[in-house]
Design a protein around this ligand. Structure first.
Ligand code: ADP
Length: 499
């Protein structure tokens, strides 16, 4: 990474305090908020502030949108060939790998997730997002139709222009780059508003894009908050032609309303409450440890989590017993230690929310293990992973997205019941089915209303496939050509030749 000077810096320690300065990145430069206002970002594992963040608002969004529009209209980026853009996009991926340790530590400091997860998961996948789209975009074919010998209709793809991206705190760089890479490959300019709790890595990406050769103004970051602040200003800005958002369902609805005024394209990846269904004929040696990972990876803060475990009655007691033993063995603690398996929850506020569901779980069901505030680990947001039994499907514990380390296990008797339980949810993002009967797998996977079904696995992804949810889990799909379609406009050009 280039060494930034103090005028236009980000990610450097302030001389006055121990806090890292995290500025906005607009027009190829690190800048403070126009108002000079800042807010502190807290390390969830220590409860202490570690960064001072530019508090961007509508004025900063306007500056960034103007810079992005200028880069789009007058810069070379939108007019480059796929091959030329691919070189820069791949170079961003290379530089992420070169800076993997620094970025992983930044991500862990912002999120409280284990460093192994940041290093081997989030940051690796962020690089992969750029490498994948740098190659995949060249396969994105335009369509040609021949109405007759002398008439051709060609559907070309052009950039949308300025794309607004709004991202969450659970997988900060991973999910931001999942949008940035395809948006760049299609020739767009970007204004990104990262989650207020995790501004660090997306901001560091500014200097990486510059070093990779991305023209100034193509990638812009405005830090700040959501409703009535920078996030909402982005959704209302007339120069911004599309919004790609990942976050809560209620926020998606608010954004859809705000974006309607300027008729923006929208794509939403929203909440989930994934069903994980284990039939008695499953390979339990795989199904049980995977069910533990599916429920507790990233402190349970993943929209794709297997956050409702349904188990066929004959193996129910055995599965509960083994799950509880494995969950009790999860090593919770300092996320910077390499052997830590579960770190801290994102914020004290979020931990309170998760704990309010633990109260419901204890009142309506039976706590099998965990569910304790781990104060001996210090003031960070540490909870021991919890397993509950005895809860009904209509409980708020099962109907609402807890987004924390709390798993209910529910027995079922028939295949039809398993499908009905899985579908008894406002969400429809993902589900897993564990069985060795191919015909049953076929029936159940067809029966569940969700965007992604895993069979005898969880979290397996091929970046070419559509990713997204049904029902309250989203609108549109990302991945492969689905992302490239969203981040481009189709235009039909019809030709008449003189024969
Ligand atoms: P989470 O609980 O995961 O933070 P949110 O949906 O609240 O989920 O936040 C995801 C992102 O959406 C964050 O970057 C946040 O600042 C932003 N955001 C929240 N509310 C709004 C809003 N009304 N308009 C635009 N962005 C918003």
């Amino acid at each position: 990474m280039t060494s930034p000077n103090t005028q236009t810096s980000s990610g450097v320690k302030s001389k006055k305090s121990n806090l890292v300065e995290i500025q906005n990145y607009i027009g190829g430069r690190y800048v403070p908020a126009a108002s000079a206002a800042t807010f502190e970002t807290i390390n969830p594992a220590t409860g202490e502030a570690h960064g001072r963040v530019a508090h961007g608002t509508a004025g900063d969004i306007d500056q960034a949108a103007q810079a992005a529009q200028k880069a789009y209209e007058s810069g070379p980026w939108a007019r480059m060939s796929y091959a030329e853009r691919a070189k820069v996009v791949a170079a961003i991926g290379d530089l992420i790998l070169k800076n993997r340790e620094k970025l992983a530590l930044a991500e862990t400091t912002d999120t409280g997730k284990p460093i192994s997860e940041s290093f081997d998961g989030d940051i690796l996948r962020s690089a992969q997002n750029f490498h994948f789209f740098s190659q995949f975009a060249s396969t994105f074919a335009e369509e040609t139709y021949s109405a007759s010998e002398n008439e051709r209709h060609i559907a070309v793809r052009e950039p949308v222009g300025v794309c607004g991206l709004i991202t969450p705190w659970n997988l900060p760089l991973y999910l931001a780059t999942w949008k940035i890479a395809p948006a760049l490959m299609m020739g767009n300019s970007i204004v990104l508003k990262p989650a207020e709790w995790t501004p660090y890595t997306a901001t560091l990406l500014g200097e990486i894009t510059k070093e990779a050769g991305l023209p100034d103004g193509v990638y812009n970051v405005v830090n700040g908050f959501g409703a009535n602040e920078a996030g909402e200003a982005l959704t209302r800005h007339p120069l911004v032609r599309s919004i790609s958002f990942t976050g809560e369902t209620s926020t998606g609805k608010a954004i859809m309303g705000a974006a309607a005024g300027t008729l923006k394209k929208v794509s939403f990846e929203l909440g989930g409450k994934g069903a994980n269904i284990i039939f008695a004929d499953a390979d339990l040696s795989e199904a049980i440890p995977t069910a533990v990972r599916a429920a507790f990876r990233n402190q349970g803060q993943i929209c794709l989590a297997g956050s409702r475990l349904f188990v066929e009655r004959p193996i129910y007691d055995q599965v509960v017993e083994k799950m509880v033993a494995l969950v009790k063995a999860i090593k919770v603690g300092d996320p910077t230690k390499s052997d830590t398996q579960m770190g801290a929850l994102i914020s004290a506020e979020h931990m309170e929310k998760v704990m309010s569901y633990l109260v419901i779980g204890k009142a309506e069901g039976r706590l099998e293990c965990g569910g304790e505030r781990l104060s001996d680990l210090g003031p960070g947001n540490f909870l021991s992973p919890a397993v509950f039994t005895g809860l009904g499907i209509k409980s708020r514990f099962l109907q609402e997205e807890i987004f924390g380390p709390a798993l209910p296990i529910i027995p079922f008797d028939t295949e039809e019941e398993a499908i009905a339980l899985a579908n008894d949810s406002p969400y429809g993002l993902s589900a897993s089915i564990w069985s060795s009967d191919i015909n049953r797998i076929h029936r159940v996977s067809r029966g569940i209303k969700a965007g992604m079904i895993w069979v005898n696995t969880w979290f397996a992804r091929d970046l070419r496939t559509p990713f997204g949810g049904q029902k309250s889990s989203g609108l549109g799909r990302e991945g492969g050509r689905y992302s490239l379609e969203f981040f481009s406009e189709a235009k039909t050009i019809s030709y008449k030749y003189k024969g």
